[in-house]
Ligand binder design. Structure first.
Ligand code: FES
Ligand code: FES
Length: 391
């Protein structure tokens, strides 16, 4: 693999490095430069967690090669918190409106919406929602994110936000001593939770951990680095390209023989050990599908894991994933809930976990794979919630 020297200005600092031609910008930022405020949520250009600004435009950095960014300027969420003492209006708005929970999507959400506000200082709610279609959040339900972006727009500083990235404001006027922004930072911000009848429900909360996430300093599992880099193994997943398909065959022999590969694990390998997984919180009478660590025989959603390669480095693992051959028989998938509710909709799963009627937690849940795998229909139950899952 050819190597190339690149010079990229990252968050105001010129950085030089030699990279492989296939090195993606997101991995260059995270692994080579330690800019871990950029997250990898999918590696397939879907989630938007890796969004950065490349010469002022929001891009998904998992879809840009580092060599393509040679000579360019890259700004990440960390850049916004470097701009002097004042908190960037978007960051302040996200804090005020409780627009983050786990914070994993937050860097991408902020960098993406930053470009929107630079282009359109007063976007409608509909426009904000449409703009965010490339950024997924698994926690918030989006409403608070939309509120935060619109509130930031109302500060009338949206037109200056490009300037905020490149020329720091001179005074701190939005943050309190503890790092929590005051409501005055954002026009239209809701009254303090203390003035509400309810202290928590339906109210934005300002939490201790928000500050880290809003500055790109959250610590997620993927940010943990071993002090023994040479001894660290890396895993890569082969994922299903189909929403629903029968797996006819999985051939891993070629992958197992590739340089640097330690092991390759398939769904069938795990059936008698760590699979299926218990469900965390089971309500009485609830029908729970059997959850497998890796798909076996059938894939039930796009991106479901089929095999894991463990190798001495990330590239070796990724290369071996490419060498796994899977024979699929695509099946008709149903992708909207109305269609799924029709009597003739195809079943997503025929495997159901048998539960005691009083089960309330995973410790009460005992998957009975041997019997449930032979079922052709989910259990019927007069006490059931009527909740059935199909695709
Ligand atoms: S990691 Fe780039 S879009 Fe998900
Ligand atoms: S994914 Fe957790 S806050 Fe968006």
């Amino acid at each position: 693999m050819s190597r190339h020297r690149v010079t990229i200005t990252v968050n105001g600092e010129q950085r030089q490095a030699e990279v492989e031609a296939r090195r993606r910008l997101v991995h260059f930022l995270r692994e080579d430069l330690g800019v871990t405020g950029v997250h990898v949520g999918c590696d397939t250009t879907q989630c938007g967690a890796c969004t950065v600004h490349l010469d002022g435009r929001a891009v998904k950095s998992c879809t840009v090669l580092a060599v393509q960014a040679d000579g360019a300027t890259v700004d990440t969420l960390e850049r916004l918190s470097k701009t002097g003492d004042v908190e960037h209006p978007l960051v302040a708005a996200f804090r005020e409106h409780h627009a983050l929970q786990c914070g994993f999507c937050t860097p991408g959400m902020i960098m993406s919406s930053l470009e929107l506000l630079q282009r359109e200082p007063q976007p409608s709610e509909e426009r904000v929602r449409a703009w965010l279609k490339g950024n997924f959040c698994r926690c918030t339900g989006y409403q608070h994110i939309v509120d935060a972006i619109r509130a930031a727009a109302q500060t009338s500083v949206a037109g200056d936000q490009d300037q905020a990235v490149t020329s720091p404001p001179s005074s701190r006027d939005t943050a309190t001593e503890g790092g929590a922004a005051t409501n005055s930072a954002v026009a239209g911000a809701p009254p303090s939770p203390a003035t509400q009848d309810s202290r928590f429900f339906g109210q934005p909360l300002q939490r201790r951990e928000d500050d880290h996430h809003l500055r790109g300093r959250g610590q997620f599992t993927d940010d943990v680095r071993s002090t023994d880099a040479a001894g660290t193994l890396h895993a890569a997943l082969l994922r299903s390209p189909y929403a629903y398909a029968r797996i006819r065959s999985v051939s891993v022999d070629r992958a197992r023989g590739m340089p640097g590969v330690v092991t390759v694990v398939t769904g069938a390998d795990l059936l008698d050990s760590v699979s299926p997984l218990p469900t965390n919180w089971v309500l009485p009478g609830m029908h729970v599908p059997v959850h497998r660590v890796l798909a076996d025989q059938v894939v039930r959603f796009h991106g479901e894991g089929i095999a894991v390669v463990v190798a001495v480095d990330a590239d070796a693992a990724a290369d071996a994933v490419e060498a796994i051959d899977v024979g699929y028989e695509p099946l008709p998938a149903v992708t909207d809930p109305w269609r799924a509710a029709q009597p003739d909709a195809p079943w997503c799963t025929r495997d159901w976990t048998a539960l005691p009627s009083t089960a309330t937690s995973c410790s009460d849940c005992r998957p009975t794979q041997a019997t449930t795998r032979r079922r052709s229909k989910p259990p019927t139950s007069s006490s059931a919630s009527g909740f059935e899952i199909r695709i």
